[in-house]
Design a protein around this ligand. Structure first.
Ligand code: DC
Length: 232
């Protein structure tokens, strides 16, 4: 199986890039952040304090997550209910970051992520894909951009989803999440040694895509992959 791992901090544009790369390559796009978000949503709904690692771990056996793909778009089901839209709320971004620091949560999601990559060619985005989940991935990209660019992008994404949020709030949230994601003890969001760093500060999306495609084509070709444009 071929795997392209896209890691990097919040709001660097990983999901937009990964989704488009998957389409170009004909691979499945796996948004792993959605899994952490669904756990954060579940704990919030159950009134479990996300900062209480023991309480969160004790509640995990009641969580059943599944991913499906509708016309290439990932849908997340939490105990049978499609929560794909609900998990995008800013409040859930924050609790997702909190639960993602809990080792039991990461262990709980490990097999789900590995299982998908064992049976499909994937472009998987997250924080620890190249380091922990798919260390054997043929391509690893660590996507970064300035914190201001990332806050602007997040604001636009939220506005497009009808969730207008002030720039200052988004910026402060990103700085806080970066700090937590990069300094946690288990699987911190850092680049794998063999990852290619791609800084898209100030770059138009098409330029970022072109650079990423060049990296992907070169690396995958070395493993015998042949480009075949996926059907729309
Ligand atoms: O990519 P995202 O914003 O949807 O991720 C939500 C949170 O989950 C983020 O704060 C970091 C965490 N996360 C993680 O720890 N590991 C991953 N592979 C994906 C996301």
């Amino acid at each position: 199986m071929f795997a392209v791992a896209i890691d990097g901090p919040s709001g660097a544009g990983k999901s937009t890039l990964a989704r488009r790369l998957a389409k170009e390559l004909g691979f499945i796009y796996v948004d792993t952040g959605a899994l952490y978000r669904a756990i954060g949503l579940y704990m919030t709904k159950q009134g479990v304090d996300c900062a209480n690692a023991e309480a969160v771990a004790a509640s995990l056996p009641a969580v059943h997550l599944s991913l499906t793909y509708e016309q290439g778009v990932q849908q997340v089901f939490l105990n049978g209910v499609n929560v794909s839209k609900e998990i995008r709320q800013p409040a859930i971004s924050m609790v997702a970051s909190v639960v993602s620091a809990i080792p039991a949560v990461r262990a709980f999601l490990f097999e789900t992520q590995r299982g998908i990559a064992a049976t499909h060619h994937v472009v998987m985005d997250g924080r620890d894909i190249g380091t922990v989940i798919l260390p054997q991935a043929q391509v690893k990209i660590f996507l970064i951009s300035s914190v201001e660019d990332r806050a602007l992008r997040r604001c636009q994404e939220l506005a497009e989803k009808g969730m207008e949020t002030p720039y200052e709030k988004v910026l402060a949230d990103i700085i806080e999440r970066d700090r937590r994601d990069a300094t946690r003890k288990t699987a911190p969001a850092v680049a794998a040694k063999d990852a290619v760093r791609l800084d898209n500060s100030g770059l138009a999306f098409e330029e970022t895509l072109a650079r990423a495609m060049a990296i992907v084509s070169e690396k995958l070709s070395a493993f015998g992959w042949q480009p075949t444009k996926a059907a729309d």
